[in-house]
Design a protein around this ligand. Structure first.
Ligand code: ZN
Length: 283
């Protein structure tokens, strides 16, 4: 994400968590009846939550055979629950995003469906460039209207068809949001959509991150970035405006950090936000 684009607004939203509370409840109460306890011959407990027989993995490809073919990895639990979509690789110089997403595609889940598109901009990733010849992929998603490139349309069709309850877009930045040290940037921040509860979830996750990964250097503390109101032609804005669901743009910084650390941070952020949105993971 470029330094200038997320600086527009700072409003907060009030949370009621109603949709997510419902999902959590549904996931829990449906668990025993949906599984068929006799199949495993034991009463289900927490230890069984991530049992492999409870989930299936599948793979699809969109724009297959073209330069821009994108793989989609789906993990589906037999236990009803929320649907989450995770995308990485919007920008070809931000490996933390797609490395994290490739990890997420292998996670076990306790309920619901986890759909991962780790490399949504394959040309830019292959070339190790921020953008591809069509420009910045993240500029091709105008809220309320048709995405402006073939790739963006194929991606949006996939996301819309998934009917997600929560969305993630994983990036990294050369700098750190609101810090003078290092190059300008938007890193070490989570940018939530304006939907009820998303900003509160981001605050909880930031607190968790800063306790768990206490770096002794406060510049690396995570922050909640500005709220995404669905007013820009960017993917997470379009998710906010058109799908009206909690969504999170995640930015780790590349400044003074290793890729391994960035990935560790982003995995922890996604897992913690998923949990707040009704899906527990085993990673
Ligand atoms: Zn980016």
């Amino acid at each position: 994400m470029k330094a200038s684009i997320e600086q527009d607004d700072q409003n907060t939203s009030i949370s009621n968590h109603s949709r997510r509370s419902f999902l959590r409840k549904t996931g829990t109460t449906a668990a025993v009846s949906a599984l068929g306890v006799s199949q495993i011959g034991t009463v289900m407990g927490d230890d069984d939550e991530f049992c492999p027989i409870r989930q299936s993995h599948s793979e699809e490809t969109i724009l297959e055979g073209t330069e821009e073919e994108v793989k989609i990895y789906t993990t589906e639990s037999r236990i009803p629950g929320p649907t989450a979509v995770v995308v990485g690789g919007t920008h070809g110089i931000e490996p933390a995003g797609w490395r994290t997403a490739h990890s997420v595609q292998n996670w076990a889940i306790n309920s619901g469906k986890l759909i991962v598109l780790p490399e949504i901009n394959p040309v830019a990733i292959r070339r190790e460039t921020y953008i591809n010849e069509n420009g910045d992929l993240n500029d091709h998603f105008p809220p309320g209207s048709r995405p402006t490139t073939k790739l963006a349309r194929a991606l949006w069709q996939t996301i819309e068809a998934a009917d997600p309850d929560v969305f993630f877009s994983l990036h990294s930045s050369q700098g750190i949001l609101h810090e003078l040290e290092g190059p300008p940037g938007v890193g070490q921040a989570i940018y939530p959509t304006y939907i009820d509860g998303a900003r509160a979830d981001a605050y909880n996750t930031v607190q968790y991150m800063n306790q768990r990964f206490n770096s002794h250097r406060s510049i690396y503390d995570f922050k909640v970035g500005n709220t995404l109101y669905g007013i820009r032609p960017r993917l997470t804005h379009k998710v906010a405006a058109d799908l009206k669901i909690p969504g999170f743009l995640v930015e780790a910084t590349r400044y003074g950090t290793t890729l391994e650390t960035q990935v560790q941070w982003e995995k922890a952020i996604v897992a913690h936000l998923l949990k707040q949105n009704g899906m527990k993971v085993d990673r």
